[in-house]
Design a protein around this ligand. Structure first.
Ligand code: UDP
Ligand code: MG
Length: 318
């Protein structure tokens, strides 16, 4: 059989983008050194006609187009994981369907793996043109913060778009944790990775599924999953305020002995109480976030459930 590259494409309400994606990606087929392209769409619980679009596309090209459809929306992370598990190609790529991940990069990525001996070639955005300024600002701060807090390194602007060898796929599959943060996982596994830089592109169709607050939550998830430092910070802050209050108590006792009691300091006392109370709640919150993750992890729920696959099913679990 011919060697092949599996493209994993998570789709959530993307009926308009799918045909455009397919058309664009087919154009680069000739530059892939004879590798056959195999599309593996993951329908992540879409509520539009994404599934029907995929069924139709599959019946037109049964050998080339495959799909897996979830029972509900499990999120892009789960979709990527499902794709990696279901993939059978010698190389595997993860791509967005909205063409923000330029298909022209696939031949360059292939070159990185085959000629330069990298195990994985990723893509990162060097600018965030067309994105709200405030969002870019927070994104940059996030990368600074997480690189300070975590031993795993995060390349700023890195996308999920990447091409990897079967070995890398097998390593990622072994990491079956429930709280997934792919950007961290791909960095944590090691291997030689090259990053191609590109400038931001607009979506071809549909709308982004990410709101600002979802991104904030996603960032917190990333930090919690790849760093234990916030726990240490919580205890340092606690220790710091403990020492300060000991000094304050000594000060008050000495003042009482030397000058007698005082009714002063009512306001400052309240503010100190509030401050310490606040610090305690903050530390409890940090602790709670980790415990919550442990809770979800110990339930060992599956990351996704599949309702339907294309019937050829000539790909197998590896
Ligand atoms: N996606 C998904 N499940 C979700 C949200 C998004 O599979 O719950 C897919 C979506 O269809 C697209 C990719 O993930 O192919 C990236 O989504 P989007 O373009 O909304 O994110 P952005 O490019 O703005 O980061
Ligand atoms: Mg997008």
């Amino acid at each position: 059989m011919m060697n092949s590259i599996t493209l994993i494409i998570p789709c959530f309400n993307e009926e308009d983008a799918i045909p455009l994606f397919y058309k664009e990606t087919e154009k680069i087929k000739k530059d892939l050194r004879g590798y056959q392209l195999e599309y593996l769409f993951i329908n992540d619980g879409s509520t539009d006609h994404t599934l029907q679009t995929l069924r139709d596309l599959h019946s037109s090209f049964p050998d080339k187009i495959h799909y897996v459809s979830f029972t509900k929306n499990f999120g892009k992370e789960a979709a990527i994981y499902a794709g990696l598990r279901e993939s059978s190609g010698d190389y595997v790529a993860v791509m967005d369907v909205d063409l923000q991940d330029p298909p022209e990069f696939l031949p360059l990525m292939l070159e990185g793996i085959e000629d330069e001996n990298y195990d994985m070639v990723g893509a990162c955005r060097v600018n965030r043109q067309g994105e709200p300024k405030i969002r870019s600002f927070f994104a940059n701060q996030f990368y600074k913060l997480i690189n300070k807090l975590s031993d795993t390194q995060f390349v700023p602007g890195v996308r999920d778009f990447r091409l990897m060898t079967r070995e890398v796929v097998n390593s990622v599959i072994q990491i079956s944790e429930y709280n997934r943060f792919s950007k961290g996982i791909f960095s944590w596994i090691g291997y030689n990775t090259k990053y191609l830089e590109y400038t931001n592109r607009k979506r071809v169709a549909g709308e982004t599924n990410w709101s600002f607050w979802q991104l904030v939550r996603y960032s917190i998830e990333g930090i919690i999953n790849f760093s234990e430092k916030p726990l240490a910070i919580a205890s340092y802050v606690g220790l710091g305020s403990f020492i300060v209050s000991i000094i304050a108590i000594i000060f008050i006792v000495i003042r009482k002995l030397l000058f007698g009691g005082s009714a002063y300091g009512w306001a400052s006392m309240i503010s100190v109480i509030l401050m310490i109370g606040g610090i305690q709640l903050l530390c409890l919150g940090i602790l709670g976030k980790y415990i919550g993750n442990i809770y979800l992890e110990t339930k060992k729920r599956p990351l996704y459930l599949i309702k339907e696959k294309d019937n050829t099913n000539n790909y197998e679990h590896k």
